[in-house]
Ligand binder design. Structure first.
Ligand code: C5P
Length: 214
């Protein structure tokens, strides 16, 4: 192993938000800086892995040695993830929008003076993590994230089952984690819960990759 414990492995990572267009100037999105996912991609590349990073719209530089695929929507993210298979491990860090509008308007929606807002019909987006969980080319190790403000590990255990993941990194977002540089995480697996100290996102990334390499 030495300094390149993941040499010869392909690690697939999603990061950032997705943007689901409403019209040419508006979109639905989750709050996500992409920092944690990019830090994990950087750590995986430092460990010698071949890294594919499927990134939603974020303003972050591509970490050295990482193959980056930029996407906008959840459906584009799913297509890019499936195109990148097979992978030895997949770490799904992206904050994918759960819903999109059924059709994106070709022109900017206008206030029509009636006081009634434009009606939007939402439809559910594909769940990328769950799709990989039951995929013919399911990566041997499948890791999801869960941002929660309460009942953290309880919800994470349920998510593990529902999505067919091996680990859920449960992220306590009740503080000011969003866009910040540190994170409080619990690693939830079938074997139990490992709680880590509040750490910089880079340190969380390094420890996750050490655990992947284990
Ligand atoms: O259900 P929830 O959004 O909390 O699940 C979070 C986990 O599922 C994250 O790993 C996220 O990247 C992944 N996810 C996904 N596709 C979705 C929604 C969530 O891959 N449409």
């Amino acid at each position: 192993a030495g300094s390149a414990p993941l040499k010869g492995r392909h690690i697939l990572i999603t990061a950032g938000p997705t943007h689901e267009p409403i019209d040419p100037v508006r979109y639905i999105a989750n709050r996500s800086s992409g920092k944690q996912g990019f830090a994990i991609a950087a750590a995986a590349a430092r460990s010698g892995a071949r890294v594919t990073l499927v990134a939603g719209p974020v303003r972050l530089p591509t970490p050295p040695g990482v193959d980056r695929v930029d996407v906008e929507t959840a459906r584009e993210m799913l297509a890019a993830v499936e195109a990148a298979l097979p992978a030895d491990a997949a770490i799904m860090v992206a904050a994918v929008a759960d819903w999109r509008t059924d059709t994106a308007a070709g022109q900017k929606l206008k206030k029509d003076g009636s006081g009634k807002p434009a009606p939007l019909t939402l439809v559910e987006n594909p769940d990328i993590l769950a799709t990989l969980g039951r995929h013919a080319h399911r990566p041997r190790l499948l890791v999801g994230f869960a941002a929660e403000t309460d009942k953290l590990t309880e919800y994470a255990q349920a998510k593990l089952q529902r999505k067919g993941a091996d680990w859920i990194v449960a992220n306590d977002v009740s503080g000011d984690v969003m866009g910040g540089d540190s994170n409080s995480v619990h690693i939830v697996t079938a074997a139990g819960v490992e709680s880590w100290d509040h750490l910089p996102k880079d340190a969380v990334a390094t420890r996750i990759i050490e655990k992947v390499a284990h």
